[in-house]
Design a protein around this ligand. Sequence first.
Ligand code: NDP
Length: 486
Amino acid sequence: MSNEKKRMTTASGAPVGDNQNSITAGNRGPTLIQDVHLLEKLAHFNRERVPERVVHAKGAGAHGYFEVTNDLSKYTKADFLSEVGKRTPMFIRFSTVAGELGSADTVRDPRGFAVKFYTEEGNYDLVGNNTPIFFIRDAIKFPDFIHTQKRNPKTHLKDKNAVWDFWSLSPESLHQITYLHGDRGIPATFRHMNGYGSHTFKWVNDKGEAFWVKYHFISEQGVKGLDEDVAGQIAGDNPDYHVEDLYNSIDKGDFPAWKLYVQIMPYEDAKTYRFDPFDVTKVWSQKDYPRIEVGRMVLDRNPENYFAEVEQAAFSPGNFVPGIEASPDKMLQGRLFGYSDAHRYRIGANHQELPINRPVNEVNNNQFDGQMRYSNGSGSVNYEPNSYDTEPKEDPASKISPFEVYGEADSVSYDSDDHYTQAGDLYRLMSADEKDRLIDAFVGHMKPVDKDEIKLRQIEHFYKADPEWGERIAKGLGLSVPEGVK
Ligand code: NDP
């Protein structure tokens, strides 16, 4: 290997003669337009940023591997899950949801938990959160919901009125906001939280039999939260606390790991389960469908370049592999569109060609051209059907498994409006100390709301989930549970 230093070049490869002094007419200037290195340097600098993600803007990523520890091939033909011991490279991105790229890590907010498995049959993306449920259950409400989490369009300030107005008018959010205001709402680090696929997905085996599944990544580091006061102080002292913790842990060889489990529901059970199992505001009780181990995920390598690998990482819940399919979950169905569309806007129609997003297997199709395309393949026939017996050929064995639909096409909600039982179960399983902290967190967050009408509407939801809970929040806010509710 040569010991020669690498020569600095322009983007077109020409050597740069002077990177400190621009070319000027005499040493008093003005600057000459013929200094193309200067022009390129300034112009490229202006274009260094891509639009930040509207949600999940702030995050950290890591490479690792997933190893199968339990043979579940009777439930799925997914190749990367086909045998015990099989290892698949993966990349994960953790994130907060509402804050901007430079916002503090230790805020009360769900955390994104997005995993890309580079399987031999294409990338499988499991784009989840650290909560097993979500605030809403129909994608049509998503832009409005996120507007309430972001800045007020007039004041440019975060707006507690908007937050509680929306939540109190969307009682399906109660379960998730309970999770969020409990001890898990501010994780101690990214390593100390579980990850959940949240939605229901479909697994299909090699006989074409289908099963419904939910994914749970359980942290081997344990689940730990941060006290709200401590979190607030860290947010001021070190807004990148979680990003730093993940990087440093991996850097010093302390590799975080998670066990992956699934709950498996037989296909027919979905028709008669006591609520709609596709409603993402509900969990499936583990008493009905216990967790079954699948494998272990280990994060053992930091990215070499944050922008290339983390900022440009493009996850989509629509990236499936044979043996894993979508469910009719209305929130998931919207996400199948929204994620890839966001990446097309942020980083372009060919974002899947970038090294971090590129599958390890060959990609063959008739999608051509577009900005930054460089792998159009060869040959002159880019259409189907054609008379030239060209490749690639579709693979009928990879068609999705059929599933029945019934009812009438209409804009309708899920059948059940019971938003209270599972939220109440979560409240009741908390220890007395955690309940105290939960009440304090709710009261603290609701106090700045200026309309009592909003607070009373939300108190009604707490009361319906558990009367003691409603009474305690009302007392904390200096209000009473409305008579009509009791
Ligand atoms: P289980 O007793 O079988 O499961 C309870 C689960 O609750 C545990 O597995 C644990 O999840 C989670 N949990 C424990 N403490 C807390 C806490 N302080 N904050 C948030 N989650 C906690 O009962 P069910 O399956 O019937 O569920 C009862 C309630 O538990 C649900 O209404 C739901 O709110 C909550 N829950 C259920 C989950 C599920 O998938 N069934 C997952 C998470 C919460 P973990 O092991 O993942 O840490």
